[in-house]
Design a protein around this ligand. Sequence first.
Ligand code: AMP
Length: 280
Amino acid sequence: MRTIASANTAQDTAANSSAPRVLIPTMGALHAGHAELIRKGRALAGEAGTLFVSIFVNPIQFGPNEDLSSYPRPRAADLALCEKLGVDFVFAPNPEEMYAGDHSIFIDEHTLSAGLCGASRPGHFRGVCTVVAKLFNVLQPQSAIFGEKDYQQLAIVRRMVRDLNFPVKIVGVPTVREPDGLALSSRNTYLTAEERKAAPILRKALVEAREAVQSGETSAASLTHNARLLIETQSPARIDYIEIVHAETLEPLTRIEPPAVMALAAFFGRTRLIDNIQLT
Ligand code: AMP
């Protein structure tokens, strides 16, 4: 489906039955992480339910110097994977279909988006909240599935649903990884062979931090210092941020107390990768 009208028709038909409607929002370039979300969605919707996947590279969540134009768009492969995994409808609109030329209403979150990726990508979560709200309105799912890989995004979407009373249950799915620990991401395809080889250092730094906490370390400064040191000495990465935050409020912690999450973003060349881990 490429138009909102056809998505509305599919939604209408699905809403006539009492079976569940489930949505998985994506930007496409689907990989095994997305596949895991889709499998979870199929199980949640059941045989009788309707599973929607949206594929939309949302222009308003990209900054002016980010990778909007180069973001991979392997549409045929994406559709084939959706078909194989039993998706009922793929909603893949053009930007012009989603945003009128004079579009002027946006959704801003003011607390959870202050730090982490929100600090380095101004306007990113405004774009995410706005598009997710629009997808919820067009497809009216009862449940929507998001990955824990985008930890801050998941927290913000949960908050949006709570604060704006969307009747949608948000389901989180643990991060799917390569055998060497690298979190699967559509952006991994940008990495050179050398960068790809070095990239699992991010996961290694997070796991070492969790182990240090398990051995009694309670200083966030010490944990982030050690993670930074490991990444900077053993890879060419340029760290954007490494922070330890409260898992729900996303407020920075100085002493580790549950529930604590360590989150980071780092550039390998021009490729920005993110990852996170529950420390407690
Ligand atoms: P994206 O296409 O990158 O916007 O991602 C679409 C959805 O897939 C988001 O909810 C992501 O958090 C989720 N996702 C992306 N990569 C992974 C992964 N490696 N494991 C689990 N979920 C993921």
